[in-house]
Design a protein around this ligand. Structure first.
Ligand code: ADP
Ligand code: MG
Length: 363
């Protein structure tokens, strides 16, 4: 794409898709002022938002240092998404201490004692480019490194389990049937090769090489390898006790961190991730809740999205991002902000938001 093409495309997108944060914050003078190699790098970072005008964010970092190098373009987008005012410094603090707050959904209503809870953090290793810029060899090398770390967890009393690979010819390879079953169980990630956002960003390239998942025996501690970030580390449980699930992730994350090279972090943005929506804590904590009244039995998400937004929550369909609501209005709700908020704050926001939505649902 030439300089003029990028500029023209973004002008058109800004008119038609005001929600596209990349187009909203695209600064023509800054773009023109970059030297040619930098302009090419930035064009790759924003390609996804140009090719997919309906993007919410419209950019994916290709290397951990992109956030600092291209801050004049990316910082305003990041602040806009996470709700951080321009004049304040961003400080990413961490807090995993569950002892002071009880977040038990069963205390809100007995009917919420058996919801499906999930919390994941996105992490990238500082020793590889981010997934949008990796070669096939690097994807497989990353998977080998992760598989070696999982080998150390295999017999662990708390986190023991299996690594399942979808890389053709891998010693850990699973068949198509098991892969489909794990996707259906909401454990494994979907085939990325059909996702136009990830395709333009290069993140789904070389599919399915270098991709897989670690799963604990109890199937409540999972690690994705080679999706949108190098690693997505998560805890998943049925029940209502968010604290217990958080503790499970905290301890598992610490164990894994000891077995891997350092994660990529930025002084201002905390954990570095492919998508700027995940910077900071890198955490998405979600609940699968049945909200038939608020969603007209799952046929219309407009109202629930509006109500959720005022509570700082995003709504996804029952199959994850870009999917539809499930039976009886089953939706995925999660706090939107991940940067400038601690892990505990994210959990409390989910708890309080779920309580408020439930009150509307049952009123
Ligand atoms: P993320 O981007 O946070 O990793 P996705 O939206 O891509 O998550 O969803 C990944 C998978 O996790 C999907 O199958 C989705 O249905 C599932 N999922 C998300 N939240 C929950 C939850 N609370 N309970 C069960 N499954 C969930
Ligand atoms: Mg996702």
């Amino acid at each position: 794409m030439t300089l003029d093409q990028v500029i023209a495309a973004n002008r058109a997108t800004r008119q038609k898709h005001p929600e596209n944060l990349m187009a909203r914050h695209f600064d023509e003078d800054y773009f023109r002022g970059l030297d040619e190699p930098s302009r090419q790098r930035l064009t790759r970072i924003i390609a996804s938002g140009i090719e997919n005008p309906d993007s919410q964010m419209g950019a994916y970092a290709m290397n951990p240092d992109d956030y600092d190098k291209f801050a004049p373009m990316l910082d305003p987008m990041i602040r806009d998404f996470h709700g951080l005012p321009v004049e304040t410094a961003i400080a990413q603090q961490h807090d995993w201490d569950t002892s002071s707050t009880s977040c038990d959904l069963g205390a809100i209503d007995r009917r919420l004692k058996d919801v499906s809870m999930r919390v994941r953090v996105a992490r990238n290793l500082s020793t590889f480019p981010l997934p949008g810029a990796m070669s096939k060899e690097q994807r497989v090398a990353l998977e080998d490194l992760a598989a070696a770390a999982f080998e150390n967890l295999r017999e662990d009393a708390l986190f023991g389990g299996r690594y399942l690979s979808i890389t053709p010819g891998s010693p850990h390879e699973i068949d198509a049937e098991e892969y489909d079953r794990r996707v259906g169980a909401h454990q494994m990630f979907k085939d990325m090769s059909g996702d136009s956002y990830l395709n333009t960003a290069g993140i789904s390239a070389d599919w399915p090489h270098g991709r897989g998942m670690y799963v604990s025996k109890a199937e409540d501690f999972l690690v994705w390898v080679g999706e949108e970030d190098h690693l997505r580390i998560m805890a998943m449980q049925r029940g209502g006790n968010l604290n217990a699930m958080f503790e499970r992730l905290r301890i598992g994350l610490e164990r894994l961190q000891d077995l891997l090279p350092a994660f990529a972090t930025s002084p201002s943005y905390g954990n570095v991730t492919s998508c700027p929506t995940n910077l900071g804590a890198g955490m998405r904590a979600s609940l699968h809740m049945k909200l038939p009244k608020l969603t007209s039995n799952g046929h219309d998400l407009a109202r629930v999205k509006r109500e959720a937004k005022t509570l700082g929550l995003a709504v996804r369909g029952a199959g994850g991002e870009h999917s539809d609501a499930g039976q009886d209005g089953l939706v995925d709700i999660s706090p939107s902000a991940r940067l400038g908020v601690t892990e505990m704050k994210i959990m409390r926001r989910l708890y309080g938001g779920a309580a408020a939505l439930w009150e509307m649902e049952t009123a």
